[in-house]
Design a protein around this ligand. Sequence first.
Ligand SMILES: *[C@@H]1O[C@H](CO)[C@@H](O)[C@H](O)[C@H]1NC(C)=O
Ligand SMILES: *[C@@H]1O[C@H](CO)[C@@H](O)[C@H](O)[C@H]1NC(C)=O
Length: 349
Amino acid sequence: MHLVTLLVAHLAQQALAQGSMPMLRFQCNQLVVDRLDPLVNPGAVPSPHLHQIVGGNSFNASMDPATHDLVKDSTCTTCTFSEDFSNYWTAVLYFKARNGSYTRVPQMPSQGLQGRGGVTVYYIPSSNTKNAVTAFKPGFRMLVGDAGLHAATPNPAHKVCHRCMPASGDNSNLNCASPDGPTLPKGFCAGGIRSVITFPTCWDGKNTDSADHKSHVSYPQGTGVNDVGSNGVCPTTHPVRIPQVMLETMWDTRSFNKKELWPADGSQPFVWSTGDSHGYSQHGDYVFGWKDDSLQKAMDARCSGATCSALKTQSNEAAAACSVKAEVKEAVDGWLEHLPGDMDQNSMA
Ligand SMILES: *[C@@H]1O[C@H](CO)[C@@H](O)[C@H](O)[C@H]1NC(C)=O
Ligand SMILES: *[C@@H]1O[C@H](CO)[C@@H](O)[C@H](O)[C@H]1NC(C)=O
């Protein structure tokens, strides 16, 4: 990597630590935990593995981009910014007991935020005011990560990582750099496990989706995995800078931090709802659904945190009151003999 690139990444991280880099950072409470995936398995009830979904309540199994209008079809959203009817979803984490049964790991809000589980959502413009970002168009969607991945890849084409959080919390270095890693942590994490999914920041400027839900977007060149915000150089195939979307989930593993609960062989006991106990299969899906040009306004206003004069906000109580019923009728909580969809029976563990 070039020295200049390293320096820029370093400065960006400093700016981040000092809070001077503009970034929306807000809570979206859990809308539902359900075995649906309108992006990868549209119409399938159930889809293969379980997700937690946050955002607008028009979420459903199909979400046909031609007819589904997230803004008009939603009557509420679980997000702090009440004009954000987008949907975001990720895999969920289970704990596997010594007797082989599974229980879902509770979630907690990220530092400084309130919420009923859910996801902390970031939208990061560029720290360089000359590099204006273009907000997503209606119908836009994208996917990061690979639910079928269960081994390390040398240069993963995505940014998905975990951090073993100290009791005091740690918001440094948001960008999947050290101390984050691609695998689930190997030991007790006094502050729980943070899982971060970072979306690409370059768009082809034409397609709101693609067959793999990935090819219409790209990570910037050169800066690669160390880019924070939409600063990197976009490839000529994907010249349009888009806001950097990032999903952060806090898994409250603290009640499982007991030697007698962990496997006798010293391995770690957590497993994604994909059946993967390594961690590589975590993934994030995004379907854009901000009202009118509200996201563009917020990016142009270079707002930071969970308040923005360019946006409407709602109380956490109102956001948490928004929910939908799971479509798939199955047990996802309590002690389960198998993961939902029998994902523990596939070859991923
Ligand atoms: C999803 O919602 C849209 C309207 O928002 C509706 O037209 C469609 O039939 C729904 N699909 C399913 C599978 O519920
Ligand atoms: C399995 O272990 C868990 C955790 O110790 C316990 O709560 C659960 O009741 C056990 N299930 C069975 C079927 O023994």
